[in-house]
Each structure stands twice: as structure tokens, then as C-alpha cells.
Design a protein. Structure first.
Length: 440
């Protein structure tokens, strides 16, 4: 994955957007005058030039923090959708405006950003967040203010449970499957590899603990043993040293250790384990939160020059949608590379926001929430192109959007079902996909 700078600029057909780092934000007004002012939390802020009466959406994604290397790819997808949509007529006859906020991979910053998007910027929908802990902090604010929040990366099963209870009032969805699916998929992979005794070590938040629970249940059903089930190892997201946690996770030489991490802290933990000789002869299995091209380099190399992370395997939500080829071609033409991890999910989340607003014929969160399932599922004309979908909706036809990440058929809990890529780190430090696995 090519790391995208947090400072970006895109010249769009009907608007201008720029990603600005630091503790200031720039709002570009319709007449092009910039108004600068300090914010309560450092944030990446982008406001596109557009009619204030048109559809306004936001993004709440990590340009900085523990998940920055993945989040920056996701954040790039959202303005690309807006550019595409505005080039083909916008939504409900007007251009779309985008306000982008850096959530810093921090629930407090995410809550502050979501509050600003909902109450100051008055957005109708938001693409975000990536970290489940940040989405947890943001979703209640979104629901309270009737803003549709669609996450391209938050996989905690807790969202399903809360949606079933009606906590989100229909203002939540995601274009990535929950870990109630990925946990069993990784358990299938562990079983396929012949691992009988596995220990777990996870980041102590909704993502890590939720994944741990899903994996343990599925692995035990397959006949496996989680050796530290009664004494799970969970680390503080703010921690900077991990010797104790690493020693506990690798104790007793299990067949494999499942690590549910974020990139920066996970890299430090793995480096600590390898430097202390704990990981010798033990397979490390990772998840989507670690699949970044940068992490093998962050873990480092051994004295013989070999990447320490070589041979690690993991899973990540795959992208196999009918719209993936077209997105890949567009991304290549605009960025000179293929879309990175979760960029297809971010593209689909953005596309669903604009399609639902057009279907509702109103630029409000209530309108989007009322149509999000309708535009993503059958019946309707299958479309992969967002502009084609908008055209059909303007003509009064029903559509069934087929995304780049998958068919994105959103259910009553805001969930989708997906496939999972199996990835590994090769000796040269490159990450490559080697297989696919689906939960049973």
C-alpha cells in the first residue's frame, strides 16, 4: 500500500478540496473566501465549494494515529466519489459538498469531530469511522442528530447487537462485514493449518475484544483449544511497551498466537516478542487492522537482514464486487496505483449516501436512512456505476447498487456479508494475498 500524505489536494470539476493537517481548519466558502479558526481538537478538515442547499456529507477517518496508514487510503476514496458525482450532475439537481475530519484513531477526537459535523456543518451523512472504538463514540451522536453514519471499516459485533436493540434508530450501517463473520473465518484458517492450541492477544477495545470472542467461540466449535481463554491478554490502546503482554501471549509455546492489533501498537508488540525470542516456532496470525504495507518495516529486520514479520498470515475483508474493476481503473488513472485496503469499502459507503439521498429526493439524514437498504438491495436494476444509479433514480426507477467491495446488501442491522482474503508477509517484506476463506 502506498502511503498517502495527509496533505492532499484534488482539483474537482465543481469544487476544490484540500486536506490540511494541524490544529486548524479551513472552510472554503462558495465565493472562495477562506475562513480560518482554531478547533478544539486537531483535525484534517476539508470543505468543498458547493451550494449550501445541496447535499452535504462528511468523512470521519484516521489521517493520523494508530490506523493512519490505512485510513489515509480510505479518506482518499470519499472525495473521489464526490468528484465523480458532481461531474455527472450532483444529487437532487445540485453539487455535493464534502467536509472531511481526521478522527486521529481516537474516540475523543472522533466524538468531537462527529459533533462538529452534525451540529456545525449540518451534514446529512458521514463516512466513518474505521476504528470500532471511534465509531462507538460517534454513532450515538449521529443518531441523536439524525445523521446517517456508514462505516467502511468498523467490524465489532457490538454494533449488530446494539442495532438489534434499536439503539441507532436506523442511522447506522457499514460496508464491511462484522467480526462475527471474520472471527469464524480466521478460525477456519487456523483449523485448516492444523493448529490445535492457540492463544490470543488483543487491543482492549470493542474491535479487539469483540473479535476475540467471535474467534474463541468458532475455534472451539472446530475442536481447537484457546490456551489463555480464562486469562485473556488485552493491551491498553495507549500503551508504548508490551513486554509483559507479549510474554503472556506466547507462554507455553502454543501452535499459533492470534493478534488483534492496530498497526503502530501492533508493530511494537510484535517487535518486542521477536526480540525476546518468544515467537520462535510459533505461527503469528493477524487481522484486518494490521494489513498495511508499512507494518513489516515497522516491526523491523533480524540480524541477517530478513524481515521479522516474514511468514505471518492473516485475514482481511476482501473486495470482490462487480464494481471493483471500474474503481481500480479510475484509481489508477487518478492516483497511479491500485486502491488500498478498505478504499473499496469507503467508496461504496460514499456511493450509498448519495444514491439514498437521490432516492429519497431530499438531502437529509432522515431521507438517506429511509432509502439506504432500498438502493443497496434487490429488487431494482443492478448498477455498478454511481452516475448510472443516479440517472435511473432521477427517472423514477429502483436500483440495486453492486459495489466495489461486494454486493453491499445491507440488512436490518446495517450489516453486510463478505468474503475474506488470506494474506501473508513474504521474505522481502511485501504483503501478498494467497487465498480466500469464508466462515461456515
Amino acid at each position: 500500500m502506498q502511503r498517502i500524505n495527509a496533505v492532499l489536494s484534488l482539483t474537482l470539476v465543481t469544487f476544490t478540496s484540500g486536506f490540511l493537517l494541524a490544529a486548524c481548519e479551513t472552510n472554503t466558502t462558495p465565493n472562495g473566501t477562506a475562513n480560518n479558526g482554531a478547533t478544539s481538537t486537531p483535525a484534517t478538515q476539508t470543505t468543498t465549494t458547493s451550494s449550501v442547499s445541496g447535499l452535504k456529507i462528511g468523512s470521519l477517518l484516521p489521517a493520523t494515529g494508530d490506523l493512519a496508514s490505512i485510513g489515509q487510503q480510505m479518506a482518499t476514496a470519499v472525495p473521489l466519489v464526490v468528484e465523480t458525482v458532481n461531474a455527472c450532475g450532483g444529487v437532487n439537481g445540485q453539487p455535493v459538498t464534502l467536509v472531511a475530519v481526521d478522527d486521529q484513531t481516537d474516540p475523543r477526537a472522533g466524538a468531537a469531530g462527529m459533533t462538529k459535523l452534525a451540529t456545525v456543518d449540518k451534514v446529512a451523512g458521514v463516512v466513518g469511522s474505521f476504528a470500532s472504538s471511534v465509531s462507538t463514540a460517534a454513532v450515538s451522536i449521529a443518531a441523536q442528530n439524525k445523521v446517517m453514519l456508514i462505516s467502511p471499516g468498523s467490524t465489532s459485533p457490538v454494533f449488530t447487537e446494539k442495532a438489534q436493540k434499536g439503539d441507532f434508530k436506523g442511522f447506522w450501517a457499514r460496508t464491511v462485514p462484522p467480526d462475527s463473520y471474520q472471527g469464524p473465518a480466521l478460525a477456519e484458517l487456523a483449523n485448516k493449518k492444523g493448529f490445535k492450541r492457540v492463544s490470543t492477544i488483543v487491543i482492549n477495545n470493542d474491535y479487539g475484544v469483540g473479535f476475540e470472542k467471535a474467534f474463541v467461540q468458532a475455534f472451539e466449535k472446530l475442536g481447537g483449544t484457546v490456551v489463555n481463554k480464562t486469562n485473556p491478554v488485552r493491551y491498553d490502546p495507549k500503551a508504548t511497551t508490551f513486554e509483559t503482554e507479549a510474554a503472556a501471549a506466547f507462554a507455553g509455546k502454543p501452535d499459533a498466537v492470534l493478534g488483534v492489533f492496530y498497526v503502530e501498537t501492533g508493530s511494537l508488540l510484535l517487535k518486542s516478542a521477536y526480540e525476546r525470542g518468544l515467537a520462535q516456532g510459533v505461527q503469528v496470525m493477524l487481522t484486518d487492522g494490521m494489513k498495511s504495507d508499512e507494518f513489516p518495516g515497522q516491526v523491523g529486520k533480524s540480524s541477517d537482514g530478513k524481515f521479522i514479520a516474514s511468514g505471518i498470515i492473516g485475514t482481511v475483508p476482501g473486495s470482490d464486487g462487480k464494481g471493483l474493476e471500474a474503481l481500480t481503473q479510475l484509481w489508477q488513472s487518478k492516483k497511479g496505483s491500485a486502491p488500498g485496503e478498505f478504499a473499496p469499502q469507503a467508496w461504496d459507503a460514499s456511493a450509498l449516501l448519495v444514491l439514498a439521498a437521490q432516492a429519497a429526493k431530499q438531502n437529509t439524514g432522515v431521507g438517506i436512512a429511509s432509502k439506504i437498504r432500498e438502493v443497496s438491495s434487490a429488487p431494482g436494476v443492478e448498477v455498478t456505476d454511481v452516475c448510472e444509479g443516479l440517472k435511473l433514480l432521477r427517472e423514477g426507477q429502483d436500483i440495486n447498487y453492486q459495489g466495489a467491495s461486494g454486493n453491499v446488501d445491507i440488512d436490518a442491522n446495517g450489516d453486510v456479508v463478505g468474503v475474506y482474503d488470506v494474506w501473508t508477509v513474504s521474505d522481502d517484506g511485501k504483503i501478498k494475498t494467497i487465498d480466500k476463506v469464508t466462515p461456515k
